[in-house]
Design a protein around this ligand. Structure first.
Ligand code: ATP
Length: 313
């Protein structure tokens, strides 16, 4: 039985339709991603799953329960991250964990949790003295302190540096390895690709596709792009005639050859044979960004790195 079932969810704020028609199911033990650009309706969807908002249409079941009617039971069994700065400044890490732990029937071992999240040295640090990454890790710890069956993590790496993001991704994998089902909201393509077993791409309140990351990628084809600079003369026609090559393009002194994955090997063999030296070789594979563009027919407003993470105010 799926642990989360969302069917034809519809939610409005006044005249504004935040979630038009969203359906998906999450199986026990998977990391399921809800991916989409800002304003797509991701947070509203998971807030309905948590019982924080009442749907205007459709049904939501979590562990077989109704998140509104059975809110108290759902809260016991589903851990959710706090939005930032929902803790008093002076509260220390260990105190926050002790307090939240007291709300639950099932209680995690706090020392173990602190060690797992790399917060042991900060256990006596006040909330306002924590770095952004430490605050994020504390919010994940608070989501896990009641030993939940499902953890809902919303934009958990926004604002983290690349190392912080990678550490957090490892942590999410460890959470899943303990048997916790993870519902992960993100607008980072790279994060979804790296972590999710399956994901729903949501755009303007509707599900555009639900698949594994590789399933989504296969929908956009397997075309690779090989870029390089030739240090000796090379005939474009010769490259274009190689088996599988679908295009050869020059931009300045860079040559781009497109074709299936095998094209790289054929190309390198030909360059060696023709004694053409090259530099700056790089291969681009299809990404979830390409999948998003192909599925929605327009450019992704999602981002691949926090440095380009311009969130509307
Ligand atoms: P983001 O990645 O920016 O958090 P999201 O995909 O999570 O976006 P939601 O936060 O669910 O999207 O918002 C969906 C739409 O509903 C947006 O247009 C948003 O402006 C609107 N919205 C969200 N919360 C409210 C609210 N409390 N009142 C009115 N409109 C809202």
């Amino acid at each position: 039985m799926p642990v989360i079932e969302v069917e034809h969810l519809h939610k409005r704020y006044g005249d504004k339709i935040a979630v038009d028609d969203v359906s998906f199911t999450v199986e026990q033990g998977e990391i399921f991603g809800v991916l989409g650009p800002n304003g797509a309706g991701k947070t509203t969807t998971v807030e309905c799953v948590q019982g924080l908002r009442r749907a205007d249409g459709g049904t939501v079941r979590v562990l077989g329960l109704d998140p509104i009617r059975d809110r108290a039971e759902v809260r016991q069994r589903v851990g959710a991250q706090l939005q930032e700065s929902q803790l008093p400044d002076k509260l220390r890490v260990r105190e926050a964990l002790d307090l939240y732990r007291s709300f639950y029937r099932q209680r995690a071992d706090i020392d173990e949790l602190l060690a797992d999240l790399g917060l042991t040295d900060q256990r006596n640090t006040a909330f306002h003295k924590l770095s952004g990454g430490q605050k994020q890790r504390l919010s994940v710890a608070l989501a896990l302190v009641g030993r939940p069956e499902i953890a809902i993590l919303d934009e958990l790496t926004t604002g983290l540096d690349p190392q912080g993001r990678r550490d957090t991704w490892d942590l999410v994998e460890r959470i899943r390895d303990r048997g916790v089902t993870v519902l992960l909201v993100t607008h980072f393509m790279e994060e979804a690709e790296r972590l999710c077993d399956r994901l729903a791409i949501i755009d303007t309140g509707r599900v555009v596709a639900i698949d594994t990351p590789s399933g989504l990628l296969s929908r956009v084809g397997t075309e690779h792009r090989v870029h390089f600079r030739a240090l000796d003369a090379v005939d474009d026609a010769l490259l274009a005639a190689l088996p599988g090559v679908t295009g050869v393009r020059r931009t300045g002194d860079e040559i781009t050859v497109t074709g299936p994955e095998e094209v790289l090997q054929t190309l390198l063999a030909t360059l060696a044979e023709q004694k053409v030296r090259y530099a700056g070789l790089r291969v681009e594979q299809p990404t979830l960004d390409d999948a998003f563009v192909s599925l929605t027919g327009r450019a992704a407003r999602t981002t691949t790195s926090p440095s380009t993470d311009e969130r509307p105010s």
